[in-house]
Design a protein around this ligand. Structure first.
Ligand code: GBH
Length: 471
């Protein structure tokens, strides 16, 4: 039903921002060095919850090799580097009273090294590595986290804000809520798929908004930076043109992306379909309160407009069919649908990642239509394999996905400002350990100095970034 569109041989708008991305736990290592506190991922890994009992104890050793990392970013010809700060390195017990001077030095050195190379830092505050000390009081389930996160954000704005123009509060609020506290396959491994998951999301949204307002009030006039949140979403295509399947696909997008985006980029509240579905189901379950928390009117006012850009991580697509068989009181059961992938779509080293470039264009249009065409940064996009240097698959992937993004910009008027490839280098792929490689640079995890080598895709990406197109 969907024919492939032709390749668009054109250039990106002048000044388009090209970059590459990483995250602290996936690359830094030095998990307990120079005062760093334990994070929930350190604990999860040490509890053998990762493939092959892998850990991020050393990872790419970027704590010691950041200068080489910056040289790699530089040689890709990109203008931006997206990395994250490890909360438990900066504040070992999570509280701002525990400030670690060695960590301030490390991130200062990294940021200064980037500027010395004319690379703009885009900094993620929370890429999943909560200080374990804060998990011990309930982590994202306990709403005191809102103030702890705000203090942490303030510490970062205070120390680094003069040189960081782009801030991302959270990476993938969905993954934290659902994988961390819903099904518990990610740290901290809590399983509360019917209710806890919604409370965690609620606290993340309120944490984002509070930190955004803090930047607004205290730092914006001084530093003129921008603050957003990064949300992840796959494209959801109705499997037939039947109305019920089209509603189901829309519902899937609202439950996954709208859950966070509607409060922050929309009308300040949860999507109407989540409100009505969860209120109805909660009542049928005999509960006195809805499983979906409520924002106060004041909170809704604060939510609205709490963003300067939309960060979007996108990798793949699924087809959606309306289906009411799954009656579990459970975030997935709540959606009354079923998803599947097309056998024709090429795979990757990750089960969940099938290649479907046009999903990105449709998702960008969906964001344009639902939230008033906000400025968007694609903050992650990429593909996994076994890590070979001859990665034609990765070149094909980047070429096709960025071209769909280009169509979204030139033909559909989507306001896309930049694109960050995931990832600068092979790294610790969370519970998959070192088995799935997303890097443009290969990292030799068997060598003590974690030797980095450019893959074939490095030359492709450099041309893309430096010619601002496909020449
Ligand atoms: C991104 O998540 C992350 O931001 C980044 O850190 C990561 O390295 C990158 O993707 C590549 O995965 O099969 O139960 O383990 C993308 C969203 C959420 C997709 C977790 C894969 C695996 C679920 N990801 N999901 S499971």
């Amino acid at each position: 039903i969907l024919e492939k569109d032709e390749f668009l041989n054109a250039t990106f708008p002048p000044g388009f921002h090209w970059g590459v991305a990483t995250a602290a736990y996936q690359i830094e290592g030095a998990w307990n060095e120079s005062g760093k506190g334990e994070s929930i991922w350190d604990k999860f890994a040490h509890d053998s919850r990762l493939a092959n009992r892998d850990t991020g104890d050393v990872a790419c050793d970027s704590y010691h090799k950041y200068q080489e990392d910056v040289r790699m970013v530089k040689s890709l010809g990109v203008s931006h580097y997206r990395f994250s700060i490890a909360w438990s390195r900066l504040l070992p017990d999570g509280r701002s009273s525990s400030l670690n001077a060695a960590a301030v030095r490390y991130y200062n050195d990294l940021i200064n090294e980037l500027h010395a190379n004319a690379i703009t830092p885009m900094v993620t505050l929370y890429h999943w590595d909560l200080p374990q000390a804060l998990q011990e009081i309930g982590g994202w389930e306990n709403d005191t986290i809102i103030d702890y996160f705000n203090d942490y954000a303030k510490t970062c704005f205070e120390h680094f804000g003069d040189r960081v123009p782009l801030w991302i509060t959270f990476n993938e609020a969905f993954v934290v809520s659902w994988l961390g506290y819903g099904i518990g396959v990610f740290a901290p491994g809590v399983s509360k798929p019917g209710d806890g998951v919604y409370r965690v999301a609620h606290n993340i949204i309120r944490s984002h908004v509070k930190a955004y307002r803090t930047y607004d009030k205290t730092y914006r006039s001084r530093y003129h930076g921008k603050v957003g949140i990064t949300l992840d979403c796959d494209w959801k295509e109705p499997i037939t043109t039947e109305a019920m399947d089209r509603y189901a696909a829309e519902r899937a997008l609202q439950f996954k992306l709208g859950w966070f985006a509607n409060p922050i980029y929309g009308n300040g509240d949860y999507p109407a379909v989540m409100r009505s579905t969860l209120d109805r189901k909660s009542q049928q379950e005999g509960r006195t309160e809805s499983r979906l928390p409520r924002f106060t009117e004041e909170e809704k006012r604060m939510n609205r407009g709490a963003n300067d850009f939309f960060g979007l991580n996108h990798y793949t697509t699924q087809y959606v069919r309306h289906n009411r068989d799954d009656r579990r009181s459970h975030y997935e059961g709540d959606q009354d649908l079923y998803t599947k992938v097309d056998d024709c779509w090429p795979g990757s080293r990750s089960d969940w990642l099938k290649v479907n470039p046009w999903g990105l264009r449709r998702l960008l249009r969906w964001v344009r239509d639902r939230y008033g065409n906000p400025p968007i940064y694609v903050t992650e996009n990429g593909i996994s394999d076994d890590g070979s240097l001859d990665d034609q698959n990765r070149i094909d992937f980047y070429r096709a996905y960025t071209n769909e993004m280009l169509k979204a910009i030139l033909r559909d008027g989507c306001n896309v400002k930049g694109y960050m490839a995931w990832s600068l280098m092979d790294n610790l792929e969370w519970t998959s350990g070192y088995t799935q490689k997303f890097g443009i640079y290969q990292v030799d995890f068997n060598s003590p100095n974690r030797t980095r080598t450019p893959k074939k895709s490095a030359a492709f990406f450099r041309r893309l970034a430096t010619t601002n197109g496909y020449n």
